[in-house]
Write a protein of this length. Structure first.
Length: 119
């Protein structure tokens, strides 16, 4: 069976980031996850990129949930990364801003993030 593929980026509702800052953090996560998947699971990467490189931006209430979600992704061998800010502009250095997961098959990604709402 052939699945659809997607990447999700999870944002924190408790951080008050400007739209531009949030967009930059989401982009960092998307690039890192794409590169990790291309290196570690080229089959998934090729299927994802050839079907439009679908992405969804989701939200969570707490930083703690990032760690739980990342652990779930790791258990399923799905690329994931928590982005830490460099601290040059709006927030302190090291602030965990977004979590990237995937790309991977929709059914696996949804097992991890299906309970979260769109941003």
């Amino acid at each position: 069976m052939d699945f659809e593929y997607k990447m999700v980026i999870v944002t924190r509702k408790d951080l008050k980031l400007s739209e531009g800052k949030l967009a930059a953090q989401v982009a960092h996560a998307a690039v890192e996850c794409a590169l990790m998947t291309k290196k570690n699971n080229s089959k998934w990467f090729k299927k994802w990129i050839n079907k439009g490189a679908k992405k969804a931006i989701l939200k969570t209430n707490t930083l703690d949930e990032f760690y739980s979600l990342k652990e779930s992704a790791d258990k399923l061998s799905i690329s994931s990364i928590i982005i830490s800010d460099a601290g040059h502009t709006e927030i302190p250095i090291g602030t965990k801003t977004v979590l990237g997961i995937g790309p991977g098959p929709d059914n696996l990604i949804d097992r991890i993030t299906g309970h979260l709402s769109l941003l």
